[in-house]
Design a protein around this ligand. Sequence first.
Ligand code: NAP
Length: 339
Amino acid sequence: MAALANKRILLARRPEGMPKPEDFRTEEAPIPAPKEGEVLLRILYLSLDPYLRGRMNARKSYAKPVEIGHVMEGGTVAEVVESRHKDFAKGDIVLSYSGWQIYAISDGKDLRKLDPAAAPVTTALGILGMPGFTAYAGLLIIGKPKPGETVVVAAATGPVGATVGQIAKIKGARAVGIAGGAEKCSFAAQQLGFDAVIDHRAPDLAERLKEACPQGIDVYFENVGGHVWDAVFPLLNDFARIPVCGLIAQYNATPPYPGPDRLPVVMREVLSRSLQIRGFIQREFADQRPVFYKEMGQWIREGRVKYREDVIEGLDRAPEGLIGLLQGKNFGKLIVKVQ
Ligand SMILES: NC(=O)c1ccc[n+]([C@@H]2O[C@H](COP(=O)([O-])OP(=O)(O)OC[C@H]3O[C@@H](n4cnc5c(N)ncnc54)[C@H](OP(=O)(O)O)[C@@H]3O)[C@@H](O)[C@H]2O)c1
């Protein structure tokens, strides 16, 4: 019988509001054996992302929920430790979607080989992966920033927001960031090159944002919703574009939601200011990924795009990491070093 050497973290129950450590359960299991056409993967790095909160709910969404008692999902970087698949060899490093566990089996369909000499492999989970692509596609295809326009984005030191701000600068726009706390704000201004950065915890957020956007806002890349949206909304210019990427401020909200219903006011302004509000899930733009890899790789090599990773050690810390992410405790792309 196989040794019990795989460790996996399962969804133990559906969270009410902010997830708690008890919503997860750790179990040991035998290391699985690959069949013909499969590989055995040893997970090196696990990506923690805001969408995981949505997967913990039973509610219908763009992707299926994680079932109770199943392994938590997640993007991973892994090493092929045994291969019975013609396209993969022992020692290959791959991007996979293996979730919160140490060993996993794959039939190869969801794998992408990584070249550790080309870029640190963790970047496949961040700047050169799903979050970087989200920023690239959402900003360029929906936001369409023009030189001299003002682009605003929150969660400005996270992998999506930081990338949005830097691409906006490359396209000649003015980038205004919103972030939580003085340290993140100064990093966004000094290291990422935002023209202005506002702390969303400041009591006078709306006034400060107005000062930072004297010409109004042409592109608001919506990452958070909540009180940040309230501050942004009055400043939107005619014909402003609003790629709706994420609403992290409400991921833990439970009904009934606080009122009053502001939809009539929002719709009136959508009409009178010709606002374009467009939600998206990055995978709809999957055909743009080859262009993204090329262009983003180039920008990184030229030092025009910088990235920051926040790496925590040990699979056991994944629940704590995800809970922290939903409270803004991460500082950069949050990754768990599993091995
Ligand atoms: N549509 C898509 O295809 C797609 C793909 C990837 C990501 N997303 C979305 O993009 C957004 C950013 O993702 P990411 O991976 O770059 O995350 P991230 O920035 O690494 O982490 C989330 C950040 O959100 C901020 N935050 C948390 N709670 C908040 C609140 N109540 N109010 C305001 N800000 C809050 C915190 O930053 P501060 O401390 O700076 O506030 C936190 O660090 C998320 O909404 C995510 O769901 C969408």
